[in-house]
Write a protein that binds this ligand. Structure first.
Ligand code: SER
Length: 628
């Protein structure tokens, strides 16, 4: 009954065709770099680019969509190297925007997995939502009943079992179940986790996940008994049917979204691994051809238990991820997306060195191979192969240069000391760009250790400083600290809040630039502002100025600032402790300052221009007069 091995291209193609045959319009993958979304560096799931449509905005392609979304999760960089984590992956998605719901979705996806891909239903297990009393969301009996009927049609009796929490699941085990009820810790999907932690305005819903059983032995390091959500590697999640129908309210309750939506997401690499009945996601053609390039250069082979397997996988994963990031316009740099690309390339370079290879020599062949494998689905990779290779080679060369200097420096340190202390490790990182894992490894070759704890403390200190600087730079966008610039900075806060009051809470700062002569402010808003709206904003700002309101600053935590309703940008870049600036009760914002003491000195605020900068982003230029 098993299929011959399928490639990622095969599985993607079959999925898109399966749903196209059920009246779904195929939509292209969005970029890995999200547009107009300052809250996250990368597209990490299929639903991110579709958020506005799940919230109710009509999609031009209709109410049934299917896609394969390029996704990248930087939190998995450290996990890469085992048989089931990749930083880059594709997420297959089918979407009902207020069209079909559970009764169609579960039978379709079951048919796709068992009839189209020929997965043995005996190896499939599913989970459903047990309900959340506190959030007043009912238990999902309907999905459990649908699943029961689907398994029955395959001649299987599917027992339902209450596992509820993962803790309890690992204590009691599977109890011959096929359909498992878990609580909102496992079977609720929103971008911010279970119902209780979701901010107002965030959509979410119960989900039903599907797991493939590879039949490998349970590893008790992960708990006494195995169960579908166990991380030991026996079960792999192959898809998640999210029934997105709720919207969190200001008062903490849940209301119905305008539509009952389906958001199905399934990791392409994982589904392919299940089809090929191999728990190693690197066994597919597209990654094997990268591994073949490495193997040819080392004369070593990639095999499941080889001690060097980890390095093969890390190089393959990181090079594929970096190649795709570069094909979406990212360039290695010290900040943001560019920094992540740099980390990927450097880590790959280090693992190439472990295998006795130079990444710069390998990179062009790897990129060419990826370009060929993905020619049909993502032609940009092949079309840009040359520039991507050039960037990768340059970055790898730079890193090896750094590495040589760092290794020499470590040698010097070790001449006078028995180990590498925290300060030295930090200097190697800050001055030579040497990652701590490299320092540890090089020291270990000499039988020496590194004071990692002290290094981490210094890193923390350094991070806090640079985050605070980043927050100040972005929130302020100040060209200088002249008197007028400071006034414009305070006026920017007033403008930000006034826009939210007049236009709505969807308005968020997208950029700011201040000179002593004017302010420039970019913000999210779909339409051109009317003259009345501009006037209302001007009036509201001027009212705050005339009232001569004191501007106060306090130091607090990000959590506390958020609890107070402070506006903030690039949340994850802030240090633990931040400054919050308040203009009376009118405006509250996380910001590095500086600001005037009181609004009365600002003069008269006037908008001089309102225009579009990109889709969904408007730009205002404004001046303060009568205060020079
Ligand atoms: N939103 C769900 C996920 O990312 C399904 O697409 O897992």
């Amino acid at each position: 009954m098993a299929m011959p091995d399928l490639s990622l291209n095969d599985v993607r193609g079959r999925y898109l065709a399966f749903f196209a045959a059920r009246d779904h319009a195929e939509i292209p993958s969005a970029s890995l770099v999200p547009e107009n979304d300052p809250t996250t560096l990368f597209t990490g799931s299929g639903m991110q680019p579709l958020l506005p449509y799940l919230l109710g905005q009509p999609h031009s392609a209709g109410t049934r969509l299917v896609d394969s979304q390029k996704s990248f999760r930087s939190e998995d960089i450290e996990e890469a190297g085992d048989n089931r984590h990749t930083t880059f992956f594709e997420m297959l998605g089918n979407w009902s925007l207020g069209d079909y719901f559970k009764k169609e979705q579960l039978p379709w996806i079951f048919e796709f997995l068992t009839d189209e891909l020929k997965l043995n239903p005996e190896n499939l297990y599913v989970t459903v939502f047990a309900g959340d009393e506190e959030a007043n969301i009912p238990r999902d009996e309907e999905s459990a009943e649908i699943w029961q009927a689907l398994f029955a049609a395959k001649g299987m009796e599917a027992k339902t079992v209450e596992l509820i929490t993962e803790q309890r699941a690992s204590e009691v085990g599977m109890q011959d179940g096929r359909i498992f009820f878990y609580d909102s810790g496992s079977n609720w999907w929103s971008r911010s986790g279970p119902p209780a932690g979701m901010p107002a305005g965030e959509p979410g819903g119960p989900d039903s996940e599907m797991f493939y059983d590879f039949g490998t032995e349970h590893d008790t390091a992960y708990g006494e008994h195995c169960h579908p959500n166990c991380d030991c590697g026996r079960f792999m999640e192959v898809g998640n049917n999210v029934f997105m129908e709720y919207l969190k309210q200001e008062d903490g309750s849940f209301a119905a979204l305008p539509n009952k939506n389906v958001d199905f997401g399934g990791g392409l690499e994982r589904i392919a691994a299940a089809v090929n009945n191999s728990p190693d996601v690197f066994a597919v053609d597209e990654l094997q051809s990268v591994i073949a390039v490495i193997a040819a250069a080392t004369q070593k082979t990639y095999s499941e238990n080889d001690t060097e397997t980890k390095s093969f996988r890390i190089i393959a994963d990181h090079m594929r991820a970096a190649t795709f990031l570069l094909s979406d316009g990212v360039r290695p740099s010290p900040a943001d997306q560019g920094y992540v690309a740099r980390r990927l390339i450097r880590r790959a370079a280090l693992h190439a060195r472990n295998l006795g290879l130079d990444l710069n020599a390998l990179a062009p062949d790897i990129v060419r191979t990826l370009g060929d494998s993905y020619a049909a689905a993502y032609p940009a990779v092949g079309e840009q192969a040359e520039v991507i290779s050039t960037e990768l080679v340059a970055e790898a060369e730079k890193f090896y240069g750094t590495l040589e200097r760092g290794i020499k420096k470590i040698g010097e340190y070790l001449q006078n000391r028995p180990d590498v202390n925290g300060q030295q490790a930090f200097e190697l990182y800050a001055t030579y760009g040497l990652p701590i894992d490299v320092t540890i490894e090089v020291a270990a070759e000499e039988g020496k250790s590194v004071d990692v704890e002290d290094f981490n403390r210094l890193m923390e200190e350094h991070r806090d400083k640079s985050r605070a600087a980043a927050a100040g730079k972005f929130a302020g966008g100040l060209a200088d600290h002249s008197d007028m610039s400071v006034k414009y900075h305070t006026a920017t806060h007033l403008l930000h809040q006034a826009l939210r009051t007049v236009l709505g809470d969807h308005v968020l700062q997208k950029g700011s630039n201040i000179t002593p002569k004017r302010l420039r402010f970019d913000f999210s808003h779909p339409d051109k502002m009317t003259d009345e709206q501009k006037k209302a904003v001007e009036d509201l700002v001027n009212k705050q100025i005339t009232a001569n309101i004191p501007v106060t600053r306090e130091e607090t935590t990000v959590a506390e600032a958020k609890a107070q309703g402070a506006l903030g940008l690039f949340e994850d870049k802030y240090a633990d402790s931040v400054h919050v600036y308040k203009v009376g009760d009118f405006s509250i914002e996380i910001c590095g300052g500086p600001h005037v003491d009181s609004t009365g000195t600002l003069g008269t605020f006037r908008i001089t221009k309102e225009e579009s900068t990109s889709a969904g982003v408007r730009r205002i230029k404004a001046v303060l007069t009568g205060n020079e």
